[in-house]
Design a protein around this ligand. Structure first.
Ligand code: XMP
Ligand code: MG
Length: 178
């Protein structure tokens, strides 16, 4: 299945299931090594992160909690820049080591908003782990600790990422074809 159609758009495979899974394993090993001996709260940003979070957390060998918040800044295929409300903060993060899990960092607005909130709530140490990163679109200077893949500035779907709600269940990641 190299080419797919979702609604009115065509996409072609960009990262295969195997490529994603071996990168997820490598990230899990690196995080487990770097944070050895610590009690860590993994903090996923829904909806897009649900598959990445499920896959990485099962390969983390640390005492770990996992929690999620939800927000959305994206409509269709272009970032609106509008950050909606953050919902689901029900974890006490004071003094904790937090690893933020993101499916994709695009402009970085979502990340900035979440990091600001984590600092206000007095997390002791904040690390950021994203499966995908678009360096050309990134407008912030928050350093990202763990990156699965740097990708070009084009729209992607699959493995949790959606086009108008569709495509989240795909095992590979697909890129919009012009
Ligand atoms: P920002 O611009 O705040 O965007 O870094 C991050 C959020 O926007 C969504 N996003 C995408 N979703 N394909 C998608 O399906 C993409 O190419 C894409 N780029 C950004 C995503 O929800 C992310 O958390
Ligand atoms: Mg997301």
């Amino acid at each position: 299945m190299n080419e797919i159609t979702l609604l009115d758009r065509e996409f072609s495979v960009y990262l295969t299931e195997d490529e994603i899974q071996s990168r997820v394993t490598a990230l899990a090993e690196k995080i487990s090594e770097d944070l050895k001996g610590q009690d860590v709260l993994f903090f996923g940003i829904l909806n897009g992160v649900f598959l990445f979070a499920a896959d990485i957390i099962r390969q983390i060998s640390l005492n770990a909690h996992i929690s999620f918040i939800k927000l959305a800044s994206y409509d269709g295929t272009s970032s609106t820049g509008k950050i909606k409300e953050l919902i689901g903060w029900n974890e006490d993060i004071t003094g904790k080591t937090v690893v933020v899990l993101e499916d994709i960092v695009d402009t970085g607005s979502t990340l900035e908003r979440v990091i600001g909130e984590l600092k206000l709530r007095k997390a002791a140490d904040i690390k950021i782990c994203t499966l995908l990163f678009k360096p050309e679109a990134y407008t912030k200077d928050i350093p990202i600790d763990y990156i699965g893949f740097e990708i070009p500035n084009s729209f992607v779907v699959g493995y949790g990422l959606d086009y108008d709600g569709y495509g989240r269940n795909l095992k590979a990641i697909y890129k919009l074809t012009k």
